[in-house]
Design a protein around this ligand. Sequence first.
Ligand SMILES: C[S@@+](CC[C@H](N)C(=O)[O-])C[C@H]1O[C@@H](n2cnc3c(N)ncnc32)[C@H](O)[C@@H]1O
Length: 246
Amino acid sequence: MNSSMILRAVRNRLIRKLLPKPVSVRHAEYSMVFSADDEDGRPKMELIQLAMAAIQQAMVIDLSEVSQRIKNDIKYPDVWPGEHYKLLAGLVKVLQPKLIIEIGTFTGLSALALKKCLPPDGKLVTFDIIDWRKLANRALVEEDFADGRLEQRLDDLSDPTVMERHLGLLKGADLIFIDAAKDGVQEQRFLTNFAGVQFDKPPFIIFDDIRLWNMLKIWRLIRHPKLDLTSFGHWSGTGLVAFEQK
Ligand SMILES: C[S@@+](CC[C@H](N)C(=O)[O-])C[C@H]1O[C@@H](n2cnc3c(N)ncnc32)[C@H](O)[C@@H]1O
């Protein structure tokens, strides 16, 4: 353990002592609530309408195929609202995107949810820095890639020089799902890098974990129209942004 890890462990222990959980739950995280009237990224009507349509789809979408891929863990997509999985599938069902970019494949559950309602001519490119094949609890199988509509790229888009190599792909994105490190800086780097992309048309961006402490500032400072959809997404926070080219 290095000194910053020790410091973080001590700080976390101190916070837990000063602010103990008010209830007993499986998993708790520290967060904070903010006033809405001075929010700079208020949603436009179209974004609210999109969210409502996606939620309606999420209510009826069957993700049992995705749940079946989960071994030795909670079948998250089956427990309403299905973490972010049903909402992701609902958004794809409504938007019918030709290109989805995901940052953070991990075992592939969200990739499977995103692919569920992808149109026949749609494509999902999922980025990670770890090959899904290396994970013991992987949900993906090789056949998921057989139709050419799913591809994993092993690259770090938070690095501007790496991002540049993928500009040709990224400019065509209709929907971007960001679910990577949540370390308090990386998601901001993705946003900064995306600001330099000349998108063919403004994409929608979904952020995971927006209510976690490390993500509070990044989410709050997003000045594009945005909507917190946590009650219909991941309990740790799900946010939808209508990214506007500035
Ligand atoms: C929480 S997991 C993603 C979970 C997945 N999206 C889901 O919902 O099933 C986060 C993933 O982000 C990956 N990651 C971390 N930094 C990254 C980066 N700079 N670029 C791409 N992926 C990254 C990690 O390796 C990990 O697999």
